[in-house]
Ligand binder design. Structure first.
Ligand SMILES: Nc1nc2c(ncn2[C@@H]2O[C@H](COP(=O)(O)OP(=O)(O)OP(=O)(O)O)[C@@H](O)[C@H]2O)c(=O)[nH]1
Ligand SMILES: [Mg+2]
Length: 305
């Protein structure tokens, strides 16, 4: 069984940096990782990518040949990838024996809650290659500093979850920068747990610009609450503890924690409802060695934040 992550999220939310940092972390805890770049707009990749969509199709060629802008060009590229899925499959097959897969996707959010192409690419791979993938949806924590933007982040997360139908983890990325945006209206838990949005509506009503959309905001918040699906975990990609906690969540969501365990259904359910602390037992020796290594994230890009 092959496990991996589909890394998605709005432009600049940190997907490529995440793939770089996550691949380093996973390698340090003993996994063989392959990063697959499926974003034709990604230039100057910070990680060594095993498969690059640029070898199949170039966004600049598509834009020039079909007189498309970058958004239309990306939709075309995903369409082209779907039609040429054999190209991707043949490159993935040699990795299936022992690799963990990280897919770096484009930041055009409509590809993941509206169009079918990217979803069909993912579903075809899952079906044909028997993959166990979790969607890791990154949203810049900056959006918490503005209640209106936060509601849009909630809606985006919900629509992406419903559209992709994958095990799904929503992440507030760049959490290390959250204090630089000023004091938040509520504690961070309020934003991660998404428990009672009436406080947020009340807060929005204080602003005369938002007050005129009161009814709309209320309805949108009710949709989010009625589904009850969205919550967030936080991430600072340069903090190994933060990355480690996220890895445990993802491993639980896609079933990696069950890999290689020969147990009864009862044992499986005990693991499923238990705390997510298994990884450190399984790879304790390797991890102990590397978790002490302060330089483990030296190669993660930290400039330009
Ligand atoms: N402080 C901080 N900066 C981060 C973190 N993750 C990413 N960044 C910065 O955010 C910026 C955008 O990161 P990218 O990885 O290029 O984002 P992306 O989602 O791949 O962007 P697109 O491919 O354009 O959609 C870069 O300057 C990163 O260094 C983080 O956890 N903390
Ligand atoms: Mg990127």
């Amino acid at each position: 069984m092959v496990f991996g992550q589909v890394v998605i999220g709005p432009p600049g939310s940190g997907k490529t940096t995440y793939c770089n940092g996550m691949s380093q972390f996973l390698q340090l805890i003993g996994r063989k990782v392959a990063v697959i770049n499926l974003d034709p707009a990604n230039d100057a990749l910070p990680y060594e990518c095993t498969i690059n969509i640029e070898d199949l199709i170039k966004l600049s060629d598509v834009m020039a040949e079909h007189s498309l802008g970058p958004n239309g060009g990306l939709v075309y590229c995903m369409d082209y990838l779907e039609k040429n899925i054999d190209w991707l499959e043949s490159r993935l097959k040699p990795l299936l024996k022992d690799h963990y897969l990280l897919f770096d996707f484009p930041g055009q959010v409509e590809l993941f809650f509206l169009h079918q192409n990217a979803k069909r690419v993912i579903m075809k791979l899952i079906k044909k290659l028997n993959l166990r993938l979790t969607a890791v949806h990154l949203v810049d924590a900056h959006l918490c500093s503005d209640p209106g933007k936060y509601v849009s982040a909630l809606l985006l997360s919900l629509s992406t979850m419903l559209h992709l139908e994958l095990p799904h983890v929503n992440v507030l990325s760049k959490i290390d920068l959250i204090e630089s945006y000023g004091k938040l209206a509520f504690n961070l838990d309020f934003y991660t747990d998404v428990q009672d949005l009436s406080y947020l509506q009340h807060h929005l009503d204080q602003d005369p610009r938002s007050a005129k959309h009161r009814k709309l905001t209320k309805e949108l918040c009710e949709v989010i609450e009625d589904y009850g699906l969205v919550n967030f975990t936080t991430l600072d990609i340069q903090d190994k503890e933060s990355v480690g906690n996220l890895v445990k969540l993802i491993d639980k969501s896609n079933g990696y924690i069950f890999a290689g365990i020969d147990a009864s259904a009862v044992e499986f359910s005990k693991i499923a409802v238990g705390p997510v602390d298994w990884d450190y037992y399984r790879v304790a020796a390797v991890q102990e060695k590397y978790m002490k290594d302060d330089e483990m994230f030296d190669n993660v890009e930290s400039d330009d934040k």
